[in-house]
Write a protein that binds this ligand. Structure first.
Ligand code: SF4
Length: 314
């Protein structure tokens, strides 16, 4: 791994987890899916093969440095692909526990949890945040464009098995798209399946950042509220601007921290300000400089301006 190729990013604001220090365990867009709503673009390496893409010891060395510099609530396996494709996830969790007592979370699309060996590797994280969108194969294929060896029955079985074996918290993400999986025919059987998975929380999401495909249209706040009410008291909406902890990032190099954020995903200036604890006017001034130097670009989506690095650009 090149010294500049940091697998650690953030801390970034997350409505689901607070201020999250991210670890990206797979190369850019290495995923089991190619979701139409993906905010980091089309999948370039669709695979089911688990590998140690980056050495555990390199990731730990980077994490050690970052932990000593940053203030955050949780360490999260996430990023620009599917983290359960990382073959040494269990070893990494074990080693991170020796470094810090912060909670560890796993953001996953849930597509490999039907494999017993993958489930065993995730049992020691504190919070697992898998995604579910439908119980129907046709809708599943349309939304996720999965690897050909995956199907929705496997995914649901995996999630139910996980619940039976895992003592931690499951925050199930229900990603809803306008005129695709937001109707009663979809949601009624989906609720039955969610009841079997018994997540601690159901976190309802929709497309709030520029998606891979224009067909991935978001639901309005009111529409999401109706779905939340239908799903009951474990359900909450996470699709809007994240609220974060007031803790401030203790980073000396603010430009570097901003560049790390925009490399991972498109962000608004307010996201950066909240995540890094930097005054919004200072963020805007730094962004202006980065735009002039051509280090980042900007674009409009749903009346908001997003910033992204050259690498993160589609
Ligand atoms: S949204 Fe997540 S699961 Fe879907 S393609 Fe993007 S990285 Fe993969």
């Amino acid at each position: 791994m090149k010294p500049t190729d940091s697998r650690i990013f953030g801390p970034v604001p997350s409505r689901r987890l607070g201020l999250s220090l991210g670890i990206d365990l797979v190369p850019f867009k290495t995923c089991t899916y190619d979701c139409i709503y993906c905010q980091v673009g089309r999948t370039t390496n669709k695979s089911l093969e688990c590998k140690e893409f980056f050495p555990v010891e390199d990731i730990l060395a980077q994490l050690k440095d970052k932990i000593s510099l940053s203030s955050f609530d949780v360490i999260t396996f996430s990023g620009s692909g599917e983290p359960t494709l990382y073959s040494k996830l269990d070893e990494l969790v074990y080693e991170i526990r020796r470094l810090t007592d912060k909670k560890i979370a796993l953001l996953t699309n849930g597509s490999l949890l039907w494999k017993e060996e993958v489930r065993k590797k995730v049992l020691d994280v504190d919070i697992i945040l898998p995604t579910l969108t439908t119980v129907f194969e046709k809708t599943y294929k349309f939304i996720h464009r999965p690897h050909p060896k995956l199907n929705i029955n496997k995914i649901i079985d995996g999630l139910i098995h996980l619940r039976n074996e895992y003592d931690g918290n499951i925050f199930l993400e229900l990603f809803v798209l306008k005129d695709i999986n937001d109707n009663k025919n979809e949601l009624i059987p989906l609720k039955d399946v969610i009841d079997k998975i018994k997540p601690e929380k159901i976190q309802i999401n929709t497309t709030v950042r520029p998606p891979s495909e224009k067909v991935a249209v978001p639901l309005s706040k009111e529409e999401l509220e109706r779905i939340r009410d239908f799903l009951g008291n474990k359900a909450e909406i996470i699709a809007y601007t994240p609220r974060i902890s007031s803790k401030k990032l203790k980073e000396e190099n603010r430009i570097k921290a901003i560049l790390e954020m925009v490399k991972r995903r498109p962000v608004k200036d307010i996201d950066i300000s909240n995540a890094l604890g930097i005054d919004i006017n200072e963020v805007r001034s730094i962004i202006k400089g980065l735009l002039i130097k051509g280090m980042i670009t900007e674009y409009e989506h749903l009346d908001d301006t997003y910033y992204v690095s050259k690498e993160g650009q589609r």
